[in-house]
Design a protein around this ligand. Sequence first.
Ligand SMILES: Cc1ncc(COP(=O)(O)O)c(C=O)c1O
Length: 402
Amino acid sequence: MAAPAGDLQRYDAATAHLEPPFAVVDLAALRANAAAMTRRAAGKPIRLASKSVRCRELIGQVLGMDGFRGILAYTLPEALWLAGQGTGDNIVVGYPTADRTALARLAGDPAAAAAITVMVDCPEHLDIIEKAAAGAGQPSPVRVCIDIDAGYRALGGLLRAGARRSPVRTPGDAAALAAAIVARPGLRLAGLMAYEAQIAGIGDNPAGRPLYAMALRYIQRRSGAELAARRAAIVAAVRRVAPLEFVNGGGTGSLEKTSAENAVTEIGAGSGLYQPTLFDGYRAFRGRPAAFFALPVVRRPGPGVVTALGGGYIASGVPDRSRLPSPFLPAGLRLDKQEGAGEVQTPLLGPPADRLRIGDRVWLRHAKAGELCERFGELHLIEENAVVGTVPTYRGEGMNFL
Ligand SMILES: Cc1ncc(COP(=O)(O)O)c(C=O)c1O
């Protein structure tokens, strides 16, 4: 995605006093992305996916913006830390935990137990929570959320799209698990969640792949319709067993679609704030790159190529080219197909290379949002032509949850 003319000069000027490598966040771009996400959610609150931000200061700033309410955390120790720091009092941990120590801490701390909801999808999860809580002396009830399988299946199971998450798939499955929760006095059923990764996390407009795009859109349409009906039936079935405070669904890529479902009360999303490259290929929105990193040019191996120090910050997931960082500024640079982005050096090819000198900097974007923050201890916050603040990432605070 091309940056507006002038951004390179602006970012270079703002950070001239810093030695790369370092990471920055353009606050105006972040605010514009947040506002666009809120518009797309059409009145339904967005629960902020903290894994996609991994910086407490920015989580706090976004929670202060219109349209965002609550945190979707990624581990229970993280949620306990956020609650203990006063960063959140409405936190849903988006993935199940088997961390007995953290569960005992949760049940043993009434304030944390009131603020945090943990994810479950089977009776075994309930057993682990109850056992851990029993060790806490006078345990508070533990709030739980049922995770629903939002994946798509067709052709008798031959075609499968979506993440392998929960075994809870039908209204009957969900109602049975809800009844098992209600029957345990140490647990409180707080909500339901169904995350449709195959729609929310996969761009429907992949560059240069028209046939794949057509197939993808077809499956996403089918999956969206199937899930809307199934999600409504599941919510109705569970509400017959117990009241629900929230029904969470979706993500950055599906804000407008998921929020249109009556059964859904909130969307979980975060990646759209930083707008990493994996979120460039959607027809429904065009975010502004808001988080990126600078590397120093340290070599000029020959015409049309410079070599930057470091840069091999590969994103998680199926390892293909889409997981590599992307040269951003100056526009027109590309990675070397033979070397990619390396542990200690990253060659960059293209006409702008001949204008770069040793000591200049190049800017790159990460493929995913919060994973950038695992590489840097701080984020420099840019407003117009200046760094207006420098804030720690989770890593910078000594926290490495995953
Ligand atoms: C449970 C859940 N909800 C929502 C999201 C969407 O988050 P984001 O918008 O940051 O991609 C994810 C992403 O993996 C998720 O796992």
